[in-house]
Write a protein that binds this ligand. Structure first.
Ligand code: AMP
Length: 302
């Protein structure tokens, strides 16, 4: 049973109060697959880039045991590009531009080997593309979905169709408020759960994350970090760590989902320590394990 990841593959312009990069590797499926690669593999990524996409990024992903048979490279076209600027409060980000480019005509084609019984992460892309992917799958075992304000504002009806078919929706607090039209997060979670997902995870930036399901709420703190350089991709790294851990041990009990939420938070914490994907490129399993223990000790009391 494979792990399939569909989402954006991007070249990002990122500005923080500390530094600025242009054309850096990004995109939801890149962060998700890198984070998941420390738990399980091989991972199949389905996506699209233009012929401006630097080949060294492809090599780096393949070196992480990420299978790119489902990657389309379109000659004469440009890769998806996204630009954002973070405020002094790094929880606040302004999107500066979103150039869909190759995504405007993208038809995701799922390789035959990934069509049956897969675990799948529908990373942040147009909900219509997420539906196209779901329609190609036979008997998906576990569907995790991410989205963002861009799609909630523009294509909410399609998104609601997707939500009826997912096991877990992962969104951040402002997206949860936007989607539910409800300012209180507990009430918002109830409204969103009624839209379809069996479980809901609401990320709250540097304040941790909440897992809702089975009439219970589980809260995980964020790791207290002194060095946050670039929050881009933290949400996707969370989704990758979460799903990678579940895919590795195939146990879908609520207790195991709680552990997966902590591993998601661990991978998000590594992601933000460096610019672009650098924080996820060279980790050791020992570092990941030690930070997991760090999370446990942070709020363990009797
Ligand atoms: P996150 O910080 O987790 O929200 O993820 C940021 C990544 O999502 C960046 O690398 C962007 O390239 C990508 N991204 C931003 N906007 C979109 C969008 N509308 N659709 C797909 N991917 C996007």
């Amino acid at each position: 049973m494979g792990l399939l990841i569909v989402g954006s593959i991007a070249l990002d312009n990122i500005e923080t109060p500390f530094d600025k990069v242009e054309g850096a590797l990004g995109g939801s499926s890149v962060y998700i697959s890198l984070a998941a690669s420390y738990f399980t593999g091989p991972i199949s990524v389905v996506g699209v880039v233009g012929d401006d996409f630097p080949p060294q990024h492809i090599k780096m992903l393949e070196d992480h045991n990420i299978d790119l048979e489902g990657l389309q490279i379109v000659e004469g076209a440009k890769t998806f590009r996204y630009g954002c600027r973070y405020h002094y409060d790094l929880n606040v980000r302004d999107s500066l531009f979103t150039e869909l480019n190759v995504f405007e005509k993208f038809n995701p084609a799922i390789p035959n080997k990934s069509k049956k019984n897969s675990f799948i992460v529908l990373g942040n892309i147009a909900p219509q593309l997420q539906l196209d992917v779901l329609n190609q799958l036979e008997n998906p075992k576990f569907v995790v979905c991410d989205t963002m304000n861009f799609w909630i504002e523009r294509t909410k009806e399609d998104l609601i169709k997707v939500l009826k078919r997912v096991n877990v929706l992962i969104i951040n607090d402002s997206e949860a408020r936007l989607l539910s039209k409800e300012p209180n997060l507990i009430k918002a979670a109830r409204i969103i759960s009624e839209m379809g997902p069996q479980y809901l995870i609401i990320k709250k930036g540097e304040h941790g994350a909440l897992l809702f399901g089975e009439n219970t709420i589980f809260a995980v703190p964020a790791y207290p970090m002194e060095n946050i350089f670039d929050p881009t991709g933290a949400g996707d790294a969370f989704a990758g760590g979460f799903t990678g851990y579940l895919h590795k041990n195939r146990e879908l009990s609520f207790d195991n989902l709680k552990r997966a939420v902590v591993f998601g938070s661990v991978m998000a914490s590594f992601c933000v320590e460096k610019f672009s994907t650098k924080g996820l490129e060279n980790l050791s399993l020992l570092e990941i394990h030690n930070r997991f223990i760090g999370f446990r000790d942070l709020s363990n009391f009797s």
